[in-house]
Design a protein around this ligand. Structure first.
Ligand code: NAP
Length: 358
């Protein structure tokens, strides 16, 4: 794509943790231009450098520092020539705003839960279900624009790690999560509640993991998406880690994998984003660590190459096989692969598939 003709994009909720990852990924994107930033009324009118307490690796991009936070209005976005909105809004604010932008003809890539279970909204992880993107043609026909959702951060990592296991037949998944505090957003938990502690409850999280991973790995047919036929049982806890959700999964398979066969399925896994050479695609979506004490959030959260795909690979380790049962740990970067990074990858795929005009 001609660098002088990059597509104008807006980040909604740009001051939050997911919004900051968007800003980082879009500041030097080869196809997309970071054109507008929005946040809540309390930040409107401030420069981004004043409004955002920068929490992601590296310096705040120079381009973003002086940008003014503007109100989140469909008219303002359209008048500014914005064609893609990346949403990092809380779900309650996202529902109306995202629908309004879609009605204005925009392509909306959202991290909020508001529209995930709508029949015509795909929950897209391009390595797992690129074909689900076809659903947006129905939205374009009825609304003008479209919404593509990301799954919840924990479900993103789980679905990506389950995809290479599909050829074995997935029967049941039992998963326990150890989730970073950043998963609750910038103002999520008080230090008093989480320091030196574990909280075995995250509101709605287990339900989201169970239903969204089945939607992601479901089958697109004429009527919509038929959820994957296996059961998922999740138990989710918050732990005092800054970034990276660690999951302990046991999967009952339809047949017993041969020694090293499951590992080989993870290691060799490639999909549409890799075939298409999308800019934010990790060369290897699933990385297997052989060490007995990996993956660890501190060491492995930024897994993925090339440089702009850091945090986009999930890391699997401690693979154990017992008959048809396969157990492993996996680590997903919750604000990158579990949120902003996948949204940007989704937009790259939509552009390549002709759903957004270049
Ligand atoms: P966050 O750190 O709390 O940031 C929220 C952002 O939304 C801020 O920019 C905030 O602006 C803005 N905002 C709040 N209320 C608003 C309103 N009424 N109208 C317009 N803007 C408003 O949250 P986050 O962790 O980045 O999460 C953002 C979304 O992504 C949520 O829907 C969350 O569920 C989802 N998500 C998060 C993760 C994660 O790991 N954190 C992963 C996957 C999905 P101000 O700074 O002005 O308040």
């Amino acid at each position: 794509m001609n660098p002088n003709r990059r597509i104008k994009t807006a980040v909604l909720g740009a001051t939050g943790l997911v919004g900051q990852e968007f800003v980082r990924l879009l500041a030097d994107h080869p196809w997309f231009e970071l054109a507008l930033l929005t946040a809540s009324a309390r930040s409107t009118g401030l420069r981004y450098a004043e409004a955002a307490a920068w929490a992601v690796p590296g310096e705040m991009p120079r381009l973003a520092r002086a940008m003014e936070i503007v109100p989140c209005s469909a008219r303002l976005l359209s008048e500014s020539g914005v064609r893609i909105a990346f949403s990092a809004l809380p779900a309650a604010a996202a529902r109306g705003v995202e629908a309004g932008l879609r009605a204005g003809g925009l392509a909306v890539f959202s991290n909020a839960g508001a529209h995930r279970m709508d029949e015509d909204v795909p929950v897209l992880i391009p390595e797992a279900n690129a074909d689900h993107l076809g659903l947006v043609r129905r939205q374009i026909a009825s609304h003008g624009g479209f919404i593509v959702a990301n799954s919840n951060c924990t479900a993103s990592g789980l679905a990506l790690a389950l995809k290479p296991l599909e050829p074995f037949g997935i029967r049941t998944v039992v998963v326990a999560s150890y989730q970073a505090i950043s998963g609750a957003g910038r103002r999520g938990l008080s230090a008093f509640d989480i320091a030196a502690n574990v909280v075995p409850f995250i509101a709605d999280e287990e339900e989201k993991v169970e239903r969204e991973s089945r939607k992601v790995l479901g089958r697109l047919d004429g009527a919509g998406i038929e959820p994957a036929p296996f059961a998922v049982h999740a138990g989710c806890a918050r732990v005092p880690v800054r970034f990276g959700h660690l999951l302990s999964a046991t999967v009952e398979l339809g047949r017993e994998p041969a020694p090293a066969e499951a590992e080989e399925a993870f290691v060799s896994f490639r999909s549409a984003p890799q075939d298409l050479g999308l800019p934010t695609a990790p060369e290897r979506p699933v990385i297997v660590r052989p060490e007995e004490d990996r993956p660890q959030p501190l060491r492995d959260v930024h897994a993925g190459s090339p440089e702009r795909a850091q945090g986009m690979a999930v890391t699997v380790g401690r693979l154990r096989r017992q008959g048809r049962f396969l157990s492993f740990f996996l680590l997903v970067h919750n604000t990158v692969r579990g949120a902003a990074g996948t949204s940007v990858l989704n937009a790259e795929l939509a552009l390549r598939r002709g759903l957004i005009a270049p």
